[in-house]
Design a protein around this ligand. Structure first.
Ligand code: GLP
Length: 244
């Protein structure tokens, strides 16, 4: 695991965007695995900025997203489909037909999840998967206790995740209780993984995920077993890590 220390959120975002840019420059037709949540927003902003300056070309890039709430329409401002268009896709020259977010509008969970897996397979797998880290150690929506061997599947969100994500909704009742998410197995099959984490609120989970034992109770801890993981953390997020 390569742990990169960033000064602050902006520095974390620039460093992560640099790694994604390098991937796009080295392999213009790469497959990027993308994430939502507040953490990667700065990374996407930086990529858009470099695109506007003519330094990046997304025309051959394909993307697959980690997860999506079950039951939200694409036009719902809380759907991850909407998030990705707002925060990245509408601002760069990516082909919209080359962007894939799990289809939360499909009530048939089995079919929606199988479709997402087959998209990833047909694209030839994920070259670089971007991840945020949930407060309880979740990645995508793989909550504590999730089996490591799962592919894309439907999950019941934990109360702590529903609470954490309520800040984006008008009320907690509006937060969906289920989601479609790539499984740990899907994530671990990505050739490279890039994790972004910031803020003192994540210091404890950073220490447990990347320095603690590998256990389904901390889903992100499995990343210690992946051969090519880079974690970019700001100083606050690293404040409880041993020897840092
Ligand atoms: C959600 C997403 C995760 C994300 C997490 C952390 O639950 N499904 O992919 O990593 O939130 O969000 P934030 O970056 O806002 O802390």
């Amino acid at each position: 695991m390569n742990i990169i220390r960033a000064k602050d959120y902006q520095d974390m975002s620039r460093k992560a965007a640099n790694i994604i840019s390098a991937q796009i420059i080295m392999k213009p037709d790469c497959v990027l695995g993308l994430a939502t949540g507040s953490t990667p927003i700065g990374t996407y902003k930086q990529l858009i900025d470099w695109y506007n300056k003519g330094d990046l070309d997304f025309s051959k890039v394909s993307t697959v997203n980690l997860d999506e709430y079950r039951g939200l329409k694409h036009t719902d401002s809380q759907s991850y489909y909407y998030f990705m268009h707002e925060n990245l896709f509408s601002h760069v020259n990516i082909r919209k037909e080359a962007t894939f977010v799990p289809d939360g509008t499909n009530p048939d969970a089995g079919a929606a999840c199988a479709e997402h897996e087959s998209v990833i397979r047909e694209l030839g797998g994920i070259d670089l998967q971007l991840l945020g880290l949930g407060n309880n150690g979740h990645i995508g929506f793989n909550e504590p206790g999730a089996a490591f061997e799962k592919e894309t599947h439907c999950v019941d969100l934990t109360e702590s995740t529903i609470k954490a994500n309520a800040r984006f909704f008008d009320s907690i009742e509006e937060v969906p209780t289920q989601a479609y998410t790539m499984g740990i197995r899907t994530i671990m099959q990505a050739k490279k993984i890039l994790v972004v984490v910031n803020g003192a609120g994540k210091a404890d989970i950073v220490a447990r995920a990347f320095w603690g034992p590998v256990t389904p109770e901390v889903p992100a801890s499995i990343l210690q077993m992946h051969p090519d993981v880079t974690v970019v953390c700001d100083e606050e997020a690293l404040s409880m890590a041993p020897q840092r």
